[in-house]
Write a new protein. Structure first.
Length: 529
């Protein structure tokens, strides 16, 4: 039976045609990077205190002759009680965020804020934290939109991943792009946190749909020796999106304007419907041989190679696409070897997503400038992805490379517990960034490694299931960050322990370096057995 890997011997593993498709897809990944990390700035937390209308006139008069900061502190001294604050670095008195003096004349009885809050706006002119008053009793709602984004990614992984195996990689990617464009634009006009979170769910589903369909399309179009390179290359552009986002946020301090600026460009990429091809490997697997032949001929023409007529005769007579070669999610668990691999892969995806997003969303809590930290958080992924390209192609292979990155990332997170955070801040920041670097490399490798293990009939379905597990980790990550109010290092310790376990479990998977992709369910069961 003719397989697409056999045809690639004539087309070339990474010719001009494949490079063109790769670069077009990479540009889309920049946009997904915007939306994946936008919450760092859109939902940035700022200092806040009770708004007291009676002091408006006094503060206005004060501002005529003094700095804003001086006047704010003077008003606070008169109206806001001090409370004990404890942290890793000791305790002290700070102004209360949620209480005020009931009577400004006597200043002895304390009450909760009854007229809303005022916010420190020297850095963030506007954020959803300020816009929707996500403070005090409503503080827990601050993680809602981040978790809903992950819920959207979960839904997108299931629904759009399923559609990708049924209607094709390209239609699924276009539908995902439309969801991302519409949902993200609507976010800018949300009247409250609930509506905003619902639209973030839609954005998340679109982002994951693009990641799955575009990644699988690209992986199926190139040869075995180029899968790690192309699969990791797209991750570079997610990081570039994060770094560009930091620059945009520095100049655009109003959350809804920033939201629109990262949303509108998505409409331009709907034109990809007429530019990108469908995956010929998928077309062959579902029996659409004529369409596959057209893509193969176009690829041969652009790559300036000749494919023998006998190959197209084999394509016409190929038995690929028969019903026995199609699969569903239950086939991932029906056979013992496939079940063991699927469960292991699912745990690694859960862990890598939880740790990656947990560290990324915690950027604003690190010492230093928010914009610089965000830029560095994106920049540190560049060496991570270089490692993700080089290590899996060495004698370490995919399995040991992924295992070592998980273990290194976990150790870096746990070691922050012993870092002199209060006296030498850069050490803990360096450890966190090392953890981010290692986990980013693991995230890039896990995509390629998993795609190579799953057989063609259930490859996108398998990745969609893995993505579902990853979304569980992503949903949990912002909630885990909330428990730092009890003990600041606790989230990082949890991230570290789960990461080390994922590294050990990875060693149960078979090595896929220089192996052909499994084209049938039987091939998938036998692989690594």
């Amino acid at each position: 039976m003719l397989q697409f890997d056999d045809i690639l011997k004539y087309l070339g593993e990474f010719g001009i045609y494949q490079k063109r498709v790769c670069y077009l897809i990479c540009i889309i990944y920049i946009l997904t990077g915007f939306h994946a990390f936008a919450q760092v700035f859109l939902a940035a937390e700022t200092d806040h205190w009770c708004y007291i209308p009676e002091l408006d006139k006094d503060e206005e008069d004060c501002n005529l002759n003094n700095t804003v900061m001086f006047c704010q502190n003077m008003m606070k001294n008169h109206s806001i009680p001090s409370v004990e604050s404890s942290s890793q670095c000791g305790s002290g008195l700070v102004y209360s965020n949620c209480e005020r003096y009931e009577n400004l004349s006597y200043s002895n009885k304390i009450m909760k804020c009854n007229h809303g809050w005022k916010y420190e706006r020297s850095q963030y002119k506007s954020s959803i934290f300020q816009e929707f008053d996500l403070v005090c009793d409503r503080y827990s709602l601050g993680a809602l939109s981040s978790s809903m984004f992950q819920v959207g990614m979960l839904a997108g992984g299931i629904i759009l991943g399923f559609l990708s195996d049924r209607i094709g990689r390209k239609p699924s990617m276009m539908l995902s792009l439309l969801c991302m464009a519409v949902g993200s634009s609507a976010c800018a006009f949300s009247p409250n946190i609930i509506v905003y979170s619902i639209f973030r769910l839609i954005v998340g589903s679109g982002v994951m749909g693009i990641w799955l369909a575009a990644f699988v399309l690209l992986t199926e179009l190139v040869g075995p020796s180029k899968r790690v390179f192309t699969g990791t290359l797209v991750a570079f552009f997610i990081s570039f999106g994060y770094m560009i986002l930091a620059g945009l946020a520095y100049f655009i301090r109003y959350w809804w304007i920033l939201q629109l600026c990262i949303s509108i460009p998505a409409a331009v990429f709907l034109s990809y419907w007429w530019i990108l091809p469908e995956s010929p490997r998928w077309l062959l697997s579902v029996g659409k041989r004529k369409q596959a032949e057209r893509v193969i001929r176009d690829c041969a023409k652009v790559n300036k190679v000749t494919v023998p007529d006998s190959v197209f005769e084999c394509v016409g007579n190929s038995k690929e696409g028969n019903k026995e070669d199609t699969g569903n999610v239950f086939d991932l668990f029906r056979l013992p070897n496939m079940r063991k691999k699927t469960l292991t892969i699912c745990y690694t995806w859960f862990t890598v997503s939880m740790v990656y997003y947990g560290i990324s969303l915690n950027t604003s809590n690190l010492a230093g400038d928010d914009y610089l930290n965000a830029f560095l958080s994106g920049a540190v992924e560049v060496p991570a992805y270089i490692l993700a390209i080089l290590l899996p192609e060495t004698r370490l292979g995919r399995r040991w490379s992924q295992s070592l990155m998980f273990i290194l990332g976990g150790l870096a997170c746990i070691l922050t517990l012993f870092a002199p955070t209060c006296t030498v801040e850069w050490i803990s920041v360096a450890l966190v960034m090392t953890g981010k670097c290692a986990v980013s490399a693991a995230y890039a490798i896990v995509y390629v490694f998993s795609a190579e293990i799953y057989p063609t009939p259930v490859r996108t379905t398998g990745l969609a299931l893995s993505s579902l597990c990853a979304r569980g980790g992503g949903i949990l990550a912002p909630q885990l960050l909330l428990i730092r109010v009890f003990w600041e290092p606790l989230p990082l310790i949890i991230f570290g322990a789960t990461s080390i376990l994922a590294g050990l479990l990875t060693l149960l998977l078979p090595e896929t370096r220089h192996q052909k992709l499994s084209e049938t369910l039987l091939d998938g069961e036998m692989f690594g057995k």
